[in-house]
Design a protein around this ligand. Structure first.
Ligand SMILES: [Zn+2]
Length: 177
């Protein structure tokens, strides 16, 4: 993907840990993988993370939450509404919560998790990315096949990273990449 959200999350995690914070990094799991995974960014940073199953709570996943003062989520667009609400409650109880993810899917609509995050977050920061075609601000993480933009199909496409490109709305509407 053209955005650098994973790199941003990992840099923030390292900075926090340098300052003595205890950070739990989680990544929503789209299938039923449990345990831990390694999150890597394109600029070489990596960190171990908990898989967060759709049917599990944050607390079930990280165990005793009292040892973490910070929760970070990568690919936060795939959180469920219940998980976002649990994170909101944790933030209300003094835990720092930071979520990194895409706002909209390849059809230009809010993901379920992103919608809830927009509704309940204290602060939203946009990481800007450029249209791969014309260099203006990208707003769609478009799916493509060959040189054509795809507008229909399953919203969640595991492992489909190579089929996505960041586009501005005008280039996305034209449909040719
Ligand atoms: Zn463009």
């Amino acid at each position: 993907m053209g955005s650098s959200k994973t790199a941003n999350a990992l840099m923030k995690k390292f900075n926090f840990e340098e300052r003595g914070r205890t950070v739990a990094l989680l990544k929503p799991s789209l299938d039923t993988r449990n345990g831990k995974t390694l999150i890597k960014s394109r600029i070489g940073l990596s960190s171990e993370a908990f898989f967060l199953d759709r049917d599990k709570t944050i607390k079930e996943t990280i165990g005793d939450d009292s040892k973490y003062d910070t929760i970070m989520i990568d690919e936060a667009q795939f959180l469920t509404v219940d998980q976002v609400d649990e994170l909101r409650e944790m933030a209300d109880n003094g835990i720092m919560v930071m979520c990194y993810g895409l706002k909209t899917d390849y059809t230009g609509h809010l993901f379920e998790g992103s919608k809830r995050l927009v509704e309940v977050s204290d602060t939203i920061r946009e990481i800007q990315s450029m249209c791969s075609k014309c260099g203006t601000k990208a707003i769609v993480n478009a799916r493509y096949c060959g040189n054509k933009v795809v507008y229909v199909g399953n919203i969640i496409d595991i492992g489909g990273e190579e089929k996505y490109i960041t586009l501005c709305h005008k280039c996305w509407t034209k449909g040719i990449i």
